[in-house]
Design a protein around this ligand. Structure first.
Ligand SMILES: *[C@@H]1O[C@H](CO)[C@@H](O)[C@H](O)[C@H]1NC(C)=O
Ligand SMILES: *[C@@H]1O[C@H](CO)[C@@H](O)[C@H](O)[C@H]1NC(C)=O
Ligand SMILES: *[C@@H]1O[C@H](CO)[C@@H](O)[C@H](O)[C@H]1NC(C)=O
Ligand SMILES: *[C@@H]1O[C@H](CO)[C@@H](O)[C@H](O)[C@H]1NC(C)=O
Ligand SMILES: *[C@@H]1O[C@H](CO)[C@@H](O)[C@H](O)[C@H]1NC(C)=O
Ligand SMILES: *[C@@H]1O[C@H](CO)[C@@H](O)[C@H](O)[C@H]1NC(C)=O
Ligand SMILES: *[C@@H]1O[C@H](CO)[C@@H](O)[C@H](O)[C@H]1NC(C)=O
Ligand SMILES: *[C@H]1O[C@H](CO)[C@@H](O)[C@H](O)[C@H]1NC(C)=O
Length: 381
């Protein structure tokens, strides 16, 4: 992989250099501006025994695999979504490495390498397609990653600086082909702050999260079961991982992202099975982070309208909206009213994903309207 990037002559010169230089001056950083891309293969079968999860950020690998391997009680996946400005059309692509024993929302299978494509059309039709791979080869290049799900015709490819991602789908046997590209609008972050080395990457106990693209311009050109899906919208990319089953750590969970006025926002408010509330708040404006924190006081997300019981119960109904209060530090605080648009993934009483509109206000500022969001709710208890 790395050698492809080097013209043969410079590789030759380099090897001559290595012969004459003392060991201490090997690998000068001017010649290797960053580490060569690394490839990790995730076989289709879960490993047996203990795996190791990394929850500490480094100088690279923000969007790379974070598990030493995938066993039947762990998960690692890459998530991409986009919604049209009228909130009627949406696409979510998730490259999973997990079994349903660690994430009960994937179909039962002994294959951990599965891609989920979830789509919704303006007439209200929403559905999903799952595609299983022979193995997954993930390439890490600086902070970006690329993933080839071998045998599916489907892959993602990210730039090392996280500015651009592209998903290519070519799976005629599943009736789907085309592209989905994301061009970033907002700097990456971790649960508790901007993307710097040495941070705790857990958003809740045993749940790792890195958000490579909190907001992006998404461009879709797909053909799905004979229907063209072509639009530009509000897009997003992140990844999650854990060394324990999801249902072991989550009682309920509100997550969403969107664009409101000049702000790109991401919220995360979850209740652990231990009754503790964990949050993560993020806002950026004009390509700069305004606020990014996991302090308990930085965010409150509560259901509003419909069944607005909090904590929510899996036996109850669903809300029709949410109210969000987000600290913006020196910039004040942001109040947002979220109103659900359409259901884009219905996983039964425990899980739903929606598009939504937003309006809101930064303390004493103008009311901002016309916000666009994608959000989800898990109710596991
Ligand atoms: C998977 O690895 C985790 C972390 O080491 C461990 O706690 C768990 O028991 C392992 N699962 C299985 C089924 O071996
Ligand atoms: C996973 O799927 C199997 C087979 O359908 C099912 O028996 C099991 O209950 C599922 N596990 C979870 C955690 O949902
Ligand atoms: C809605 O649109 C999709 C995509 O064009 C199509 O497959 C489906 O049949 C339509 N459903 C209805 C009820 O018209
Ligand atoms: C994936 O990685 C494996 C192991 O490194 C390699 O043998 C295989 O050729 C790779 N597959 C593709 C399609 O690149
Ligand atoms: C990659 O991300 C890390 C944070 O994990 C950050 O410290 C580093 O500066 C980033 N690298 C580049 C080239 O942006
Ligand atoms: C969308 O994809 C089709 C089929 O590959 C291609 O003919 C068309 O030019 C693409 N449209 C755009 C806007 O890129
Ligand atoms: C949110 O909705 C409530 C109730 O309708 C309203 O009182 C409040 O002004 C709204 N806030 C914003 C920021 O839109
Ligand atoms: C991971 O993040 C995506 C998007 O933020 C979200 O849809 C998903 O529920 C999260 N899951 C876990 C287990 O962290």
């Amino acid at each position: 992989m790395a050698s492809q990037k080097w013209p043969r002559s410079s590789a030759f010169l380099l090897s001559m250099l290595l012969l004459v230089l003392p060991a201490s001056s090997l690998i000068p950083t001017a010649i290797f501006p960053r580490g060569a891309p690394q490839i990790k293969t995730i076989p289709s079968q879960a490993v047996t025994g203990d795996i190791i999860a990394n929850f500490q950020s480094a100088n690279d690998n923000l969007d790379g695999p974070q598990l030493s391997a995938v066993n039947s009680t762990s998960f690692d996946w890459w998530y991409f979504d986009v919604v049209s400005p009228d909130l009627l059309t949406s696409l979510t692509v998730v490259f999973f490495t997990t079994l349903n024993s660690s994430f009960p929302f994937v179909p039962p299978s002994s294959n951990v390498d599965v891609i989920g494509v979830f789509y919704s059309f303006p007439n209200g039709t929403c559905d999903s397609i799952f595609i299983y791979a022979l193995e997954a080869n993930i390439t890490i290049d600086d902070n970006g990653s690329s993933g080839q799900y071998v045998g599916t015709g489907t892959s993602w490819s990210g730039s090392p600086d996280l500015s651009r991602y592209e998903i290519n789908v070519n799976s005629p046997e599943h009736g789907i082909s085309g592209t989905f590209t994301l061009e970033t609008l907002a700097p990456a972050h971790y649960p508790c702050g901007p993307a710097t080395a040495g941070q705790d990457m857990t958003v809740a106990p045993h749940i790792g999260w890195s958000n490579a693209m909190p907001d992006a311009v998404g461009t879709v050109n797909l053909s799905i079961l004979g229907t063209e899906m072509e639009f530009e919208g509000v897009a997003y990319h992140d990844k999650n991982w854990s060394d324990q089953p999801f249902q072991q750590n989550v009682a309920s969970w509100y997550w969403g992202h969107g664009r409101l006025g000049a702000y790109s926002i991401v919220w995360f408010d979850t209740l652990g099975l231990d009754g503790t509330e964990y949050v993560s708040a993020y806002a950026s404006k004009d390509g700069e982070i305004v606020f990014s924190s996991c302090e308990a006081s930085s965010l409150t997300v509560r259901p509003s309208g419909g069944d607005d019981q909090y904590p929510p119960s899996v036996s109850g109904g669903d809300p029709t909206g949410f109210t969000i209060w987000m600290d913006l530090g020196d910039a004040g605080a942001l109040d947002v009213n979220v109103t659900m648009g359409t259901v884009i993934l219905d996983g039964g009483p425990s899980y739903k994903r929606w598009t939504a509109s937003m309006q809101g206000q930064v303390r004493c500022g103008q009311l901002m309207t016309g916000g666009m969001a994608v959000l989800e709710q898990f109710k596991m208890a």
